[in-house]
Design a protein around this ligand. Structure first.
Ligand code: ZN
Length: 298
């Protein structure tokens, strides 16, 4: 049996497990495991990889994460706070592992195989069940005290918006005002059921454009890639670009030209595969680091 790289995109509703012979978008085998309890879910994922000749394993996981200990932090996902993700795989499989956020993973996938090639710094933003932000600087995911959490940026409420906000921590942060659940709670209908001319989309662009400006000011990215289910709505990207340009108000001269902004804020190219393709990159890196220095701690 030839050696392969293993990848997991660990999400709040499903774990996508895959193996491939080399990094890239071509996955050899893929299996979806519903996210239930940590014990059940991690055991099923371990079984998927057991018996395969793994060079390394990459895990791109929903957060927030304690990257040093390889665990899940203060997630609202029931039962998963403190979930010992890395230990489960290290003990069962004994392979080099690299662990990062799902959005840092997606950023790596888009950077190496999708819409972010040769763009540095690169930011990936997912707008879906939550809002998450992966940030790559010099090709590396940003880690520090923890990892970027720009989904919880505070946004200026539009005067006519009385919605309380859906974030269990901050109520009306970006995620609380603009995630998929926020759209559904505010309008009584999921975004996928709202027509193109519904006022929801201008409001959505109002909040997301504020985040675009903040990210541009703080990180100075060469590109921001937008993905996630909410971004599937036709026309939303155009509204975000338009509103971002208005909010920047000519201050960032390079982006005053709409053509430049079209290059700055782009849709994801890998779609739903960005996370798993990025996790495969993490697996490759884990194997490389291990061959140079022996097994890394995590
Ligand atoms: Zn929040």
């Amino acid at each position: 049996m030839s050696a392969v790289y293993g990848a997991i995109e660990a999400g709040g509703t499903k774990f996508v497990c895959a193996v491939a012979e080399s990094p890239g978008p071509d996955l050899v085998t893929k299996q979806i495991i519903p996210t239930t309890t940590p014990d059940q879910t991690l055991a099923k994922a371990v079984e998927f990889f057991r018996g395969r000749s793994l060079r390394g394993l990459g895990i791109a996981c929903f957060g927030p994460l304690d990257l040093e200990r390889g665990r899940i932090g203060a997630t609202p996902k029931t039962g998963w706070v403190g979930g010992d993700v890395v230990r489960a795989f290290r003990e069962a499989l004994g392979v080099p592992i690299r662990f990062d956020t799902d959005v840092n993973g997606a950023a790596l996938g888009e950077a190496r195989h999708g819409a972010g090639k040769c763009m540095d710094p690169l930011i990936y933003v997912t707008v879906g069940t939550g809002i998450g932000t992966g940030v790559l600087v010099s090709g590396r995911p940003v880690h520090g005290m923890m990892h970027p959490e720009a989904g919880h940026l505070f946004v200026k409420r539009r005067a006519d918006d009385a919605f309380h906000g859906s974030c269990p921590f901050h109520a009306d942060c970006l995620e609380g005002m603009a995630s998929g659940p926020a759209i559904e709670a505010r309008w009584g209908s999921p975004g996928s059921a709202l027509p193109a001319d519904h006022p929801a989309w201008e409001l959505e662009a109002h909040y997301l454009a504020q985040a675009m400006c903040d990210l541009i000011y703080v990180v100075s990215p060469q590109r921001i890639v937008l993905g996630g289910g909410v971004m599937n709505h036709q026309g939303l990207l155009g509204l975000i670009r338009q509103e971002t340009r208005a909010l920047l108000a000519g201050y960032v001269q390079t982006l005053a030209d709409p053509m430049m902004l079209d290059e700055q804020i782009v849709p994801a190219a890998l779609g739903d595969d960005a996370g798993i393709v990025g996790a495969l990159e993490l697996a490759f890196e884990a194997a490389q680091a291990s061959s140079l220095t022996g097994p890394p701690p995590v």
